[in-house]
Design a protein. Structure first.
Length: 421
């Protein structure tokens, strides 16, 4: 494991927590679909002296002096992002995925305008218009759902009816818990019919798009892609907005700064540049392909062992289990049980869930992080067996303790980038 001698000498409490977290990551299985491990190079870049520099504005158009090197790294990040996604414009300054979405809304909408997005319980995201967000005080959000939960097909006919009735300014594709692929061409046709912008929130699948295993919305004429940079894209925590048309990109830039954010976080932008450079390498395509192979293999194992998966499988990196139907217990209890043996996933609502968000019927899990560690299809069967065994023995403290030892032994075969490898 790496040493942090300055931190250890300066703050023993934070150092102890860091050591504990490194051990947790090394000895456990990370199945949260939105998490991943970054390379040592990206990790190093996040801790550099770029942190010390204020860089309000954009390359060549800053409000402070001394920008020759910050301009270099931000320009690298922008150009690499454009190449990866075949975009006409890239803004790499959003601090996270939610600010990227909000800045896009502010760029394209006026107060009271309508957005048509995916229902949260069917796989959408809070920033797609959930009533708990402040966005709903400014804009009107209407929703579409799956037509058939057994297959995952979206209800494009209903989407068109809602679009014709509500005249949305944006039709939004994207999700945080949807296991299938979207038909962007159908959504684009509906948007053209009502004169709407098309926006795709690709936070979860950006790396799979770059890796060529899922379709790029720009290939079907979408206007905007927003994304995080830390999930399947395997970069630092942050956000990004891509536009097909450079002229539309100018609106995005003004919305991000000065409209919504102040100074960019330059060490994170430098780390984005490094991650985007890694994503240009042939090995990244192999990694993206393996994520989906692992996901499909794990899904099949689970269904073969009588677990009920929403949409009966997956096309991407994630899957949703209906825990009530599969195990007779809610998702929160499954999450807590697996935590005890070192397997991390998250409780999650399933379509039209009758239970509350903090006590939902399902769990969500995915394969990006374990794929980064080098796990392959055969290892998915081992993980599936661990999951089944933990749930079956959840009332047996001694059995769970023994199972945790097995999980640790298994995990130590697979290095964690930046910690053990």
């Amino acid at each position: 494991m790496p040493t942090y001698t300055s931190l250890q000498a300066s703050d023993s409490a934070v150092y102890a927590a860091l050591v504990g977290e490194m051990k947790r990551q090394t000895d456990g299985v990370e199945l949260i679909a939105s998490e991943n491990y970054i390379s040592p190079a990206v990790l190093e870049t996040m801790g550099t002296v770029f942190n010390n520099k204020y860089s309000e504005g954009y390359p060549g158009r800053r409000y402070y002096g001394g920008q020759e090197f910050t301009d270099i790294v931000e320009t690298l990040a922008i150009e690499r992002a454009k190449q990866l996604f075949h975009a006409g414009h890239a803004n790499v300054q959003p601090h996270a995925g939610a600010p990227a979405n909000v800045a896009t809304y502010f760029a394209l909408l006026e107060p009271g305008d309508t957005v048509l997005g995916m229902d949260l319980s069917h796989g959408g995201h809070l920033t797609h218009g959930h009533p708990v967000t402040y966005l709903t005080k400014i804009f009107k959000f209407v929703r579409y759902k799956m037509k058939d939960v057994e297959t995952g097909e979206l209800d494009y006919d209903e989407m068109r009816k809602v679009a014709l009735a509500e005249k949305p300014k944006i039709i939004l594709a994207g999700f945080s818990a949807y296991p299938r692929e979207v038909n962007y061409a159908k959504m684009k046709a509906i948007a053209d019919e009502v004169g709407a912008y098309t926006m795709a929130d690709m936070a979860h699948i950006a790396g799979l798009i770059v890796g060529g295993v899922l379709r790029n919305p720009f290939d079907d004429g979408f206007d905007i892609i927003t994304t995080t940079t830390h999930k399947t894209l395997r970069g630092p925590r942050g956000g990004m907005i891509l536009a097909r048309d450079p002229e539309l990109g100018k609106k995005i830039d003004k919305s991000v700064f000065p409209g919504f954010q102040g100074g960019p976080i330059m060490q994170m932008i430098a780390a984005k540049a490094v991650a985007f450079g890694e994503a240009q390498k042939p090995e990244f395509k192999q990694y993206a392909q393996q994520i989906v192979k692992n996901s499909k293999h794990l899904a099949k194992f689970m269904m073969d062992h009588k677990m009920k998966l929403i949409t009966n499988g997956t096309d991407n990196h994630l899957m949703l289990i209906d825990c009530i139907q599969s195990f007779g217990i809610p998702g929160g209890e499954v999450e807590q049980t697996l935590d005890k043996v070192g397997i991390t996933l998250n409780k999650n609502m399933i379509p039209d869930d009758t239970r509350k968000p903090m006590d939902p019927s399902g769990v969500r899990l995915g394969t990006p992080a374990i794929t980064t560690r080098g796990m392959m299809e055969k290892d998915m069967e081992t993980l599936g067996t661990f999951i089944l065994s933990a749930i079956e023995k959840r009332a047996d403290t001694a059995a769970l303790a023994h199972l945790k030892e097995e999980v640790v032994t298994f995990c130590r075969k697979f290095p964690v980038p930046g910690i053990t490898g």
